[in-house]
Design a protein around this ligand. Sequence first.
Ligand SMILES: [Zn+2]
Length: 135
Amino acid sequence: MSQELKPCPFCGTNVLSVAKISSTGPVEEWPWVVSCESGNCAIGPITNDYATRDEAIAAWNTRSDAHLLRSHEALREALRGWKELFADDMPFIIAKVGGGMTNGDQDAIDRVLIATDAALTEAAAQEPQKEQHHD
Ligand SMILES: [Zn+2]
């Protein structure tokens, strides 16, 4: 079974090479590597040498999720701000500008709050487990 390759983490291309690289000894023992073959990649990453094709692909597909955690937290913070704006400030803003809230205003605010709560609940459920420190 062949594994699917993730795109290059630097340039996003799917122009990748899975190949043996020449080495000493018989060709059966040459190591496998995966590399980015895009002519436009600023980095041109290549894996370490692996004994098997599957190992090289598994190594290529290994990614840190640190950047996802940062963007995840940034989105949650934006949603909290959005919720605060709509829950606390919007009725006053509408009252100041328009002289009072209509039922439509309140419905719109309620819909935003419900959607924001749902997004925050889903984000919390999908949040990767952070490392626990045991003293
Ligand atoms: Zn690349």
